[in-house]
Design a protein around this ligand. Structure first.
Ligand code: FUL
Length: 473
């Protein structure tokens, strides 16, 4: 009886919400695939690794770059053991040093002692990623403290030519990273970047490459370097009148997105496993713990963003033992936590509006449209367990192929007597929303959509009991 009352409450609460039929921004095919990448490595490596700096001045002698045992296959092995699906490397940081023998610079691996000037880090990493089945991405800093042309129109040409080299010799490039930092060059001048020309170059030469900058065009910065997305996180952003760097929207806007933003530009959370972006021996004991990494995962991927986790190789050119140990344990925590979806076992689903009591599409681990449920007019659904289960984590996924719909939801947890024991409120769901709470004996979980832009398409609802230590803090 009580269960019926609860159902009626859900129904009455949601019956009168208008189901608006309107077009909203939707992701491009490449972006939908990007969302599924979830988490991947960032590699900061270059002269700073050897000078103990974070921002080199661009006047470092090339010979300083001399890794003793560089092995990109080791990076790939660690990334895979850590569950990461790709690697993005700083091919050129602000000091201008190119990790490939660019014809448009004299400050490159070619001028260094490493492998007698015959080495090419981009070549080695692109091959290793390819071999290991990881996506390969490249960061090139527009800000260049070495290049003599920096601060003149000629430099825009140089930057375009460098991108051409990268696409031609090391492609396919999955993601290209444009850092927004923009300071003076060696001549004291600042550069006026030709962003539209840069964008056109990528579109023409490598149309499948996804471009990251503060404001996209395909992926946006999350507004902080702590790896934390907004609890409200829209994949939409308004970019008219904004540029990367100083011309970007406020960090708060980047963190949350714009509810009615015209473009699909999801957030990527960049954060380092150590305090710095580059390797420093003094930080060997400051590597984030597996639990801290799990918390970051909850606050990035668990809020619908992607996680770009920086793991800087040391002076040997290897990922340090402390980092790899933490990463392997992090992956262990992740796979253990999400190994057993309690909603799959012995549970029955209900969708009150059509009386169906089974909806396998909600826990088949597929996000494809055919498997999703469109909640029209009645914005509620849920899981009824055959027997009561102790849970402290619920994962909800929204099918984003037609856009991001849900703006407000409630999770209702009922005990075995079907009394409401707790109500958890949230705003956006997005690609994945991971909600943790104190362990609760639940007989039924209800999901009510209170506010939405178009009918929400819930692809999955999963329930877990994770280690208490891991619940979001
Ligand atoms: C910033 C840079 O200034 C840092 O050195 C680092 O590369 C970070 C990912 O982006 O803008």
């Amino acid at each position: 009886m009580k269960k019926l009352v609860l159902l009626l409450i859900i129904i009455i609460n949601s019956w009168f919400l208008p189901a608006q039929k309107q077009e909203i921004p939707a992701p491009a095919k490449q972006q939908l695939m990007w969302h599924e990448m979830e988490y991947y490595f960032f590699i900061h490596f270059g002269p700073n690794t050897f000078t103990d700096k974070e921002w080199g001045h661009g006047d470092e002698p090339e010979d300083i770059f001399n890794p003793s045992a560089l092995d990109c296959r080791q990076w790939v092995r660690v990334a895979k053991a850590a569950g990461a699906k790709g690697i993005i490397i700083t091919a050129k940081h602000h000091d201008g040093f190119c990790l490939w023998p660019s014809n448009y610079s004299t400050h490159t691996v070619r001028e260094s002692k490493w492998k007698d000037g015959k080495g090419d880090v981009l070549k080695e990493l692109s091959l290793a990623c390819n071999e290991g089945g990881l996506k390969f991405g490249v960061y090139i800093s527009p800000w260049d403290r070495n290049h003599p042309d920096y601060g003149t129109e000629k430099y825009n040409e140089v930057f375009v030519s460098m991108m051409k080299e990268i696409f031609t010799n090391y492609g396919p490039i999955w993601e290209l990273w444009w850092d927004g930092a923009n300071g003076e060059g060696p001549n004291g001048k600042k550069q006026v970047y030709d962003w539209s020309r840069f964008k056109e170059t990528v579109k023409k030469l490598s149309p499948n490459t996804l471009v990251f900058s503060d404001v996209g065009p395909h992926i946006r910065w999350v507004g902080n370097e702590k790896g934390i997305a907004g609890e409200t996180n829209w994949n939409n952003l308004d970019t008219v009148g904004f540029t990367p760097g100083l011309g970007a929207p406020s960090t708060d806007t980047l963190n949350k997105g714009n509810i009615n933003g015209k473009a699909w530009i999801p957030a990527e959370c960049d954060v380092s496993i150590r305090p710095g972006w580059f390797y420093h021996v003094a930080e060997d004991d400051k590597v984030k713990t597996p639990v801290a990494l799990f918390q970051l995962y909850l606050k990035s991927v668990g809020r619908g963003a992607n996680l770009l986790l920086n793991v800087p190789p040391d002076r040997r050119g290897l990922i340090h033992e402390n980092d790899s140990a933490a990463l392997v344990d992090f992956e262990r925590l992740r796979s253990k936590s999400f190994a057993e979806n309690l909603a799959r076992k012995g549970g029955g689903y209900f969708i009150p509006h059509n009386g169906r009591r089974s909806a396998p599409a909600l826990n088949d681990r597929k996000v494809s449209t055919a498997e999703t449920i469109s909640i029209v007019n009645l914005q509620s659904m849920g899981i009824e367990f055959a027997a009561e289960k102790k849970i402290n984590c619920i994962v909800i996924r929204e099918d984003l192929s037609r856009g991001q719909a849900c703006a407000g939801f409630r999770l209702l947890l009922m005990n075995k007597k079907n009394e409401l024991v707790s109500e958890i409120k949230g705003t956006t769901i997005g690609r994945k929303r991971i909600i943790t709470f104190p362990a609760t004996e639940a007989g039924m979980i209800g999901l009510v959509i209170d506010s939405q832009k178009i009918p929400t398409r819930i692809a999955e609802i999963e329930a877990y009991l994770i280690d208490d230590l891991l619940v979001e803090k």
